[in-house]
Write a protein of this length. Structure first.
Length: 326
């Protein structure tokens, strides 16, 4: 049996500039951080032929083409198995559709497990590239590359997306005390709302392809905010990073009406009035998790829990997608 683990992530700046519709024309840049919440995948050979799948549903089919789960079907097809005899089981710490990149984490964990089962080593860059092929290129989904790359690499990483589709991954150069500051003062709260990232991002993708001036200008601003965030964190100015997060959220909300709603806005305003310097909805928007940088984390926790939100405490993950058992 092979057992793999892939981290979920929080985006710290530049999200949206990793979509091909933007970076192929203008280049993209973002900062993403892997956290110690995971997707787990196991692969083993059962005693009888066939494909046995255990996720939120159960599947038992004879051929790859009959698999209903689109990502599993593509990954099995990519590994070019002959007569299939495989059992795949997946578990996750956090449910899908909550903005923490679970789909990208699942894909990298599954590919890592299948290739490890076949005794093939994948470098994180190759693993991320293959995951993007499965999730973006083949199904033509309007999503970005952030989730697959941060899941594969781990850490707090700066990604540069070039027009020729190459991706540069560079760790954020921060001091140990800055790292502890971020872990202590970045607080994550679940809104209880779930949504489809591709549905939220479709409007952005279409308008970017059509060279909509307002959308392009918005994404240029997002990229600039990510660069400023990098400078602030690498200089140890975490409070300044918190202020940039607030700018980022105000700008992000302008991209689509689906980014927020009246309830999320109320929670965000409450957070800002209760010890948070800045924050935003993680991921594509529309639900999922609220991430704050806190000046007074005790007061912020009390306010958010009092409003009915559940905190998910985390630390950063610096291992990326890895094999736990083989």
């Amino acid at each position: 049996m092979v057992l793999t683990r892939s981290p979920l992530r929080i985006s710290l700046g530049g999200g949206g500039t990793d979509l091909p519709s933007y970076y192929r024309a203008h280049g993209g840049f973002l900062i993403s951080a892997a956290i110690d919440k995971y997707v787990f995948v196991s692969v083993l050979r059962p005693f009888t032929p066939g494909i046995y799948l255990k996720y939120s549903r159960l599947e038992h089919v004879d051929r790859v083409e009959e698999v209903q789960h689109p990502i599993i079907r593509e990954c099995l097809g990519m590994t070019e198995r002959g007569v299939p005899q495989v059992e795949i089981t997946t578990l996750a710490d956090i449910p899908a559709g909550t903005g923490l990149g679970s789909s990208g984490s699942f894909t990298t964990a599954l590919l890592k497990a299948l290739y490890t089962y076949d005794r093939v080593f994948l470098h994180p860059a190759d693993l991320a590239r293959l995951a993007c092929e499965v999730e973006i290129d083949r199904p033509k989904e309007p999503i970005g590359k952030q989730d697959q790359y941060i899941a594969a690499f781990g850490g707090i990483t700066c990604f540069t997306f070039s027009p020729d589709d190459t991706v540069e991954a560079v760790p954020l150069a921060i001091r140990p005390d800055t790292l502890l500051d971020l872990e202590d003062n970045l607080l994550l709260f679940f809104t209880g709302m779930r949504r489809s990232a591709s549905a939220v991002l479709k409007d952005q993708d279409v308008r970017t392809r059509e060279s909509d001036g307002q959308m392009i200008a918005n994404l240029h601003t997002v990229k600039d905010l990510a660069v400023r965030s990098r400078r602030a964190m690498e200089a140890g100015r975490c409070a300044e990073f918190g202020e940039i997060m607030h700018e980022h959220w105000l700008n992000k909300k302008k991209r689509s009406e689906g980014m927020s709603n009246s309830t999320i806005d109320e929670w965000y305003d409450l957070g800002r009035a209760s010890g948070a310097i800045g924050g935003k909805v993680v991921g594509a928007g529309g639900g999922g998790f609220l991430l704050f940088y806190a000046e007074d984390r005790v007061r912020l926790r009390k306010a958010m829990v009092g409003a009915g939100l559940e905190e998910v405490r985390f630390r950063f993950d610096f291992e990326g997608t890895k094999v736990l058992l083989s």
